[in-house]
Design a protein. Structure first.
Lengths: 601, 415
């Protein structure tokens, strides 16, 4: 393949604006997938993606496209996720591309991640191909939205393609625009090999598979390669492209995107962001890697079966390959035993990681409530970081606690400015700025503590704005706050994994709400169980779970023993999903109760 | 086969005795009660006759290798068997008789709902050899009966009981439900008083469970009735245990009591006298004991369940589909589950523990060739600690608290 006939691009947009559906149309139109092999959002192959109807992982695919100029082009396309938690996936994909198709929903217009992802693409100097999608919908306003894009994104109106990823309208124009507007990779095949690892995964047959963009030189199979950060030498057992399944080939040339199978079994040997070169005639400088994603929220993961600890470690190692933004360090909890403190980019990320660990690695986990990372200045002058409320030192040792604050941007119709404002104020946020997107929509800027953002903020915002608002956030700075630790006692025993850090003005309300919530989610035991929230030595809230007195199966009718046994099996499985503290069984939901507190109830 | 040979042949001892129980399911009802999720229909009267034909045929066609087995009980359950014309019941009964040998003194039960049978019909049942009647009374409070859409009154229930006595039934069970919508402890006490006053031989008291997709579930979801209160239901259960005990009824299973025959206030007390031979009251339901002893039974009719030769199997639910299949000469079986040794042990434990006499270690050892105390050492210890079971040298059984929390006990015995 002539390098000038290669186009590397990704599709970026706000969540649900139709990236994956547009990818379907491109795959179809280029004949990469036959119609009979098509399903909706065919690239979203992970079970979780199909269930949730969202893209979680960025995914690459190679297509051949014969353009109107008669030339056959190789298009390396990466479909990216739109959710704010997965922005890191987008930024890595961008590093493998020269262009980006920017999709905007013709009914919703520019939303928070439209802007955020566009700025990322511009930072990487990518050529933008703007598309207004979903023009088939009756409520579509393509001209208005195009106008909005022209104003806000500074893209020329005449370059904006009207499309429907549902019906296929505009697909041909998009393909032509990709070929015409996006430049071919500027790469030199004659230089020593440099291939950037932008993603990876573990395959039980092929070992670690690295997804690469060849920046310089050529990467043929069966040649000794070297990881530039560690100097580790390995064989390129197999190289190839995604179509969209991995298809082996002979070589990857400069400018191409593909994969290399390493056979490595030790998943820690390879790192996303590293550069691959050849052992013979190596490159001298690696490709600039990625800024490591900084985890924002932290939670403890503990196996319900203590024996599964090594399995959990192994699973985390493997998952990390496919999710470079995940961090984890061993920790112990008095209540839960041995586990890991894991760092995530957001709550959805946390949820996805937990579900992937449980499904792909067949583990049963307890996840503790997410926390942010606090900076604690002690009287001794020592500064420590605390990302686990259980480890917060005693109040008497603390001079000051700082917590992370975020810039948040809320995109909303102007009718909901008041509603958004109210919510932000109850979460200790302060107003920063407001800009009109058009006559009816505004972008509101606030700063607020991350710890308030992670407790149900997004859902609340959605419900108070009838689903119209979208949200983006980024780290602002650390600020001192008057924070206290709430301890939770279940049956008179302190459960470290349930403790939380709150602003002192909220201690009573949150304590009461937490006790109430715990009363709902902890099943009745055979004795009354008091639940208390305490601040320092003082009890600030209390509830009691009444004793379970009756648990009988209904009539065992006509010998249907199977059904009765199934019910008992369910009960037994439920018990296994709980963790025992003293003599009280606490289910997973209890640890997440902190996230679902509704103080206003 | 002797026990030792059986253990050699199957790895464990199969069946303790070679008699089986027969069950016939009648899926017809006059109206559907709000709490009911059984396979019963109020609008299928037109297929009663073809249905009875199909059941009779299923029984005659029964291809299992059971030539040498004897039936010790036959149970017509529903639905409302008393709704079906006597001739249809007779047809089915005759089919059973010609396919299986009836043990001398075989227990033949028919379930009847008040206001569905007159004296003539009841006499006809008696003449057929039906010797036990189980009446679905459910409550002695008219308002409650109306709420449940039972389609009969308290007076109807009492009348049926008296007619049954006149027709010669000397073994009658009354079914009741407690924990019903808006039912108070005082209501329940009144119901129990009236039940005791009738002096039936047998009483079954079931805790209400709100099943999915029932009218009652819907009513509760809509807020028409409050959610059932488990504490109140527990109080009701304890009240029943106390009142029935005083009235000379002996409990022999979580939900079942018998009037002690002739012995006045004789009480079943296996705890302290565990090594004496237990006198079995004549009025214990022999048919239901088969289930609790985890012994074999064959079920006929739509949705009927069987347990035979290390397998549980059951028929298709739909009566119409059932009739079609049988008429075409096909098997009506919907599914089948092999019961391996581990499952059989678990089921034997959780079924047997329902009985007040509990599980006799010797029976267990004879059947499975191992000691339950060893296999379940950990579980038994834990449950004793929790006060849910008690144990003697010979057996293990539920405490009164354990009966109320029986699921907490049972799941621990699953594999
Ligand atoms: N009517 C209509 N619906 C569309 C169109 N494009 C996408 N959709 C629908 O919009 C929803 C979201 O589409 P996706 O392709 O999953 O969106 P996405 O941008 O990939 O979403 P994430 O990857 O989760 O950010 C789906 O229900 C699609 O069927 C379109 O052109 N017209
Ligand atoms: Mg997608």
């Amino acid at each position: 393949m002539d390098q000038s006939h290669i186009r590397n691009l990704c599709i970026i947009a706000h969540i649900d604006h139709g990236k994956s559906t547009l990818t379907d149309r491109l795959l179809e139109q280029t004949g990469t997938l036959a119609k009979r092999d098509m399903v909706e959002q065919v690239m979203d192959q992970m079970d979780l993606e199909r269930e949730k109807g969202i893209t979680i992982k960025a995914k690459a695919v190679r297509m051949s496209y014969r353009a109107r100029d008669g030339i056959e082009y190789e298009l390396n396309l990466i479909d990216t996720p739109g959710h704010v938690d997965f922005t890191y996936e987008v930024s890595r994909a961008l590093a493998a591309c020269e262009g980006a198709v920017l999709v905007v929903d013709a009914t919703q217009g520019i939303e928070a991640q439209t802007l955020a992802n566009l700025y990322l693409a511009l930072e990487h100097n990518l050529t933008i191909v703007p598309v207004v999608n979903k023009i088939d919908l009756p409520s579509a306003r393509p001209d208005e939205i195009a106008h909005e894009m022209e104003n806000l994104l500074a893209v020329p109106n005449d370059q904006i393609i009207r499309a429907s990823a549902k019906s296929g309208v505009g697909t041909a124009d998009i393909l032509e625009a990709i070929v015409a507007r996006i430049p071919p990779p500027r790469a030199d095949s004659t230089l020593p090999l440099r291939a950037l690892i932008f993603d990876s995964k573990y395959d039980s047959y092929k070992g670690v598979v690295a997804y690469v963009r060849v920046v310089d030189g050529e990467l043929p199979k069966n040649k000794k390669i070297k990881l530039m950060s560690s100097g580790l030498e390995i064989d390129a057992l197999e190289v190839g492209a995604f179509r969209p399944k991995m298809v082996a080939g002979e070589t990857l040339i400069a400018g191409e995107v593909g994969y290399v199978a390493t056979g490595l079994k030790n998943v820690r040997d390879i790192q996303v962001g590293d550069t691959i070169t050849h052992s013979e005639n190596p490159a001298t400088e690696p490709v600039p890697g990625f800024r490591p994603a900084k985890p924002m929220v932290f939670a403890g993961f503990y196996p319900t079966e203590t024996n599964d600890y090594p399995l959990l470690r192994d699973a985390l190692d493997k998952l990390k390959l496919n999710d470079a933004s995940l961090t984890y360090d061993p920790e112990t909890s008095a209540a839960l035993g041995f586990g890991f403190r894991c760092g995530f980019l957001g709550l959805l990320h946390l949820e996805i990681v937990q579900e992937r660990l449980e499904r792909e690695y067949d583990l049963d986990l307890i996840a503790t409530a997410p926390s942010v990372e606090y900076h604690v200045l002690k009287h001794t002058g020592e500064i420590i970081t605390v990302d686990n409320p259980a480890e917060m030192p005693d109040g008497s040792e603390i001079l000051e606690i700082e917590e992370p604050w975020m810039h948040i941007q809320v995109f909303t119709p102007k009718d909901y400015i008041g509603a958004a404002m109210d919510l932000v104020t109850t979460r200790r946020g302060t107003f920063d700025k407001m800009e009109y997107l058009d006559e009816t929509r505004v972008m509101l800027g606030y700063v607020m503590p991350l710890s308030e953002l992670i407790i149900d903020f997004y859902d609340q915002l959605k419900s108070r704005t009838r689903g119209y608002a979208s949200l983006d956030y980024s780290f602002a700075n650390y600020r001192a706050s008057e924070l206290v630790k709430l301890n939770v006692l279940v049956n008179e025993e302190s459960v470290d994994a349930l403790s939380m850090i709150v602003h002192k003005d909220y201690a009573y309300a949150r304590g009461a709400a937490l006790c109430k919530k715990l009363k709902e989610v902890i099943p009745q035991q055979q004795f009354p169980v008091p639940i208390q929230a305490a601040m320092g030595g003082r009890i600030v809230a209390r509830e009691t779970i009444r004793a379970l007195r009756k648990d009988i199966l209904a009539k065992c009718y006509g010998g249907d023993v199977t059904r009765k046994r199934k019910l008992l099996e369910k009960q037994k499985a439920g018990k296994k999903r709980m963790k025992r503290f003293g003599s009280v069984d606490i289910p997973q939901e209890a640890f997440m109760a902190i996230l679902k507190l509704d103080e206003n109830r | 086969m002797r026990a030792v040979e059986q253990i050699r042949a199957f790895g464990y001892n199969r069946c303790v005795n070679s008699e089986i129980a027969l069950f016939v399911f009648i899926p017809f009802c006059k109206i559907k009660c709000t709490y009911c999720d059984f396979n019963a229909y109020a609008n299928l009267a037109r297929v009663m006759e073809p249905y009875a034909d199909a059941v009779a045929q299923e029984i005659s066609d029964c291809r299992l290798q059971i030539a040498d087995l004897t039936a010790k009980s036959l149970y017509f359950g529903g639905g409302t068997p008393s709704l079906v014309p006597v001739a249809q019941i007779e047809k089915i009964l005759r089919a059973c008789e010609s396919r299986f040998a009836f043990a001398p003194g075989i227990e033949i039960t028919l379930e009847a709902n008040p206001a569905t049978a007159d004296e003539t019909k009841l006499r006809a049942y008696r003449a057929l050899g039906i010797n036990r009647l189980s009446i679905g009374v459910q409550s002695f409070d008219d308002a409650t009966l109306r709420r449940l859409n039972r389609g009969h009154t308290v007076a109807d229930a009492i009348e049926m009981f008296e007619l049954a006595r006149r027709a010669g039934f000397d073994n009658i069970n009354l079914d009741f439900i407690f924990g019903l919508p808006l039912q108070t402890l005082a209501d329940w006490r009144a119901t129990l008083r009236r039940a005791i006053a009738l002096a039936p031989e047998h009483l079954s008291l079931y805790a209400l469970k709100v099943e999915e997709h029932t009218g009652l579930e819907h009513q509760i979801a809509r807020g028409k009735y409050p959610k059932p209160d488990d504490d109140l239901a527990a109080d009701m259960y304890e009240l029943a245990e106390e009142m029935l005990d005083t009235a000379g009824y002996a409990q022999y299973e979580i939900s079942n009591w018998t009037r002690s025959v002739g012995v006045g206030n004789w009480k079943l007390d296996v705890g302290r006298q565990s090594n004496i031979q237990l006198p079995t009251s004549n009025f214990q339901s022999r048919h239901n004991l088969t289930y609790w002893h985890n012994e074999p039974y064959l079920g006929f009719g739509a949705g009927a369940h069987s347990f035979f030769e290390r397998a549980r199997f059951w028929n298709v639910l739909s009566p119409v589909e059932y009739i079609e299949k049988i008429t075409r000469g096909e098997s009506a079986m919907a599914d089948r589950e092999e019961i391996n040794r581990e499952l059989e042990i678990a089921e034997t434990m959780f079924l047997g523990l329902r009985l007040n006499e509990g599980i006799a270690f010797e029976n267990f050892a004879q059947r499975f060739g191992e000691d339950a105390r060893v296999r379940y050492a950990k579980e038994i210890e834990e449950l004793k600690e929790m006060g849910l079971i008690e144990m003697s040298d010979a057996r293990v059984w539920l405490t009164p608290r354990g009966r109320l929390l029986s699921n907490e006990v049972f799941w621990r015995f699953l594999p």
